[in-house]
Design a protein around this ligand. Sequence first.
Ligand code: FAD
Ligand code: FES
Ligand code: FES
Length: 492
Amino acid sequence: MQRHRGEIRFILNDRQVTLDDVRADAMLLDHLRLVRGLTGTKEGCAEGDCGACTVLVGRPRDGTVDYEPVNACIRFLASVDGCHVVTVEHLGAGGTLRPVQRAMVDHNASQCGFCTPGFVMALQALWMRTPTPTVTQAETALQGNLCRCTGYAPILRAALDASAHGNPADDPLVTLGPELAPRLAELRDGRRVVCGEGRNAVILPCSGEDLAEVLAETPGATLIAGATDVGLWVTKELRDVGPAVFIGHLEDLAAVEVTSRDVTLGAVASYSGAEAALTGAFPHLTDYWTRIGGWQVRNMGTIGGNIANGSPIGDTPPPLIAMGAEITLRSARGRRVLALEDFFLGYGRQDRAPDEFLETIRIPRPEAGRIDAAYKISKRRDEDISALAAGLSVLVRDGIIIRARIAFGGMAATPARARAVEAALEGQPWTEASLVAAGAALTDDFTPISDWRASAEYRMLAARNLLRRFYLERQAPGGGRTVRLDGVRETG
Ligand SMILES: Cc1cc2nc3c(=O)[nH]c(=O)nc-3n(C[C@H](O)[C@H](O)[C@H](O)COP(=O)(O)OP(=O)(O)OC[C@H]3O[C@@H](n4cnc5c(N)ncnc54)[C@H](O)[C@@H]3O)c2cc1C
Ligand code: FES
Ligand code: FES
């Protein structure tokens, strides 16, 4: 057997596809529609926002196949190597409606029909996972799907009613899982994949160690994990991303380890993949997590990608910095560990050499007496980028703030700690007055900008109010979540 494999292999609906000429910028949606003629999957926005392009991507897990809804418009074709890709045509195969389709018909949940295939795919994934969802679970599953005609009420009713039409245990995607899983594992045969060369090279390393070698050989190649940022470089900016090194499939880089001391996330753990472990260990992240993207984006996007992109408005750095997270960068030269805040050097500049990749993120568990919160302020509740994000952690002993770690996104050119605020809090009593007084120090820490998401004044006011909210929420019965302050509209 040759050391490298020169082709991408996956199963599309019920047939195997083998491609030896995959371009670095080839998108799954274009392949489905233009090459395979599977036009049921629609293109609405081409940027991961509308869900019209939703397909299921299945990967072998625990002896069966685990299916997740993803956005085909920003999913690179090469990244489905070793996967089962399911389009809406497959659900309708045989001329019989699947339960979610039947429910959509019964509830008149389609009008022009453009969004319908995307909704059907998201609903199919929901029904397979959670056959009898609550309204909140159904709404969360549909965060990433937009409909401009029917309205969401009938679609929601269809989501709640799907199980009346059938049991997921009888669905072919479930019953065939144990048979398909070994076939998929065989397709992804553990070898490095290399298609094309030079700027057109598409490389899929076979492990973290192999990735270090690949980057030593091809420093500066575009690393692509979940592609929820890089996909848009192609579809919206028409950027050349070759040579491209795909890493989203690397299971050793997606591992999530929970101990009594810390939680360590592999950098390519997706938001969905890390959710249970993270919110279990750090419950204050529970609401915050479902404010990141929509379900499809959370299935694709990785925490490592959110950090590595260096965005000043990425949602994970503020709470992770506040909790004292550190990251490990790896290359063929070795590993080094950094406090997360030290990774961000300036706008668009991160402390990462061209042959390095982000390997893990370690988050220490809190000591007794620590109080944590994470807030996101955006114009829409769902599927929106933050105007402002905040992570707040204070250690309180005998009513006194012993230590404070406060971090904001959207207030500066990078996610950053509010060190003057921290200094103003430390040694003070844990009272509303202390939080309000410390808010005055925000002007020493930050000079925010005005842009289309928020004005500088709004950001400053909202940041001050979040400090106060942090305290007030802890006093409200049940840790109340509906405090309104100084003209800032609550968003979550
Ligand atoms: C519709 C939509 C909604 C979104 N909503 C949100 C939101 O609410 N909050 C938010 O913060 N973001 C949001 N995003 C942005 C995006 O989803 C996140 O930034 C995501 O975490 C990026 O991860 P990824 O794996 O997709 O990164 P990719 O697109 O694969 O990569 C992003 C960058 O990181 C680099 N990179 C990736 N992994 C590594 C690694 N291990 N080591 C070194 N470099 C690496 C890549 O080379 C690239 O420069 C949204 C995006 C879309 C399309
Ligand atoms: S076309 Fe809108 S999310 Fe893909
Ligand atoms: S039915 Fe027309 S966009 Fe949803």
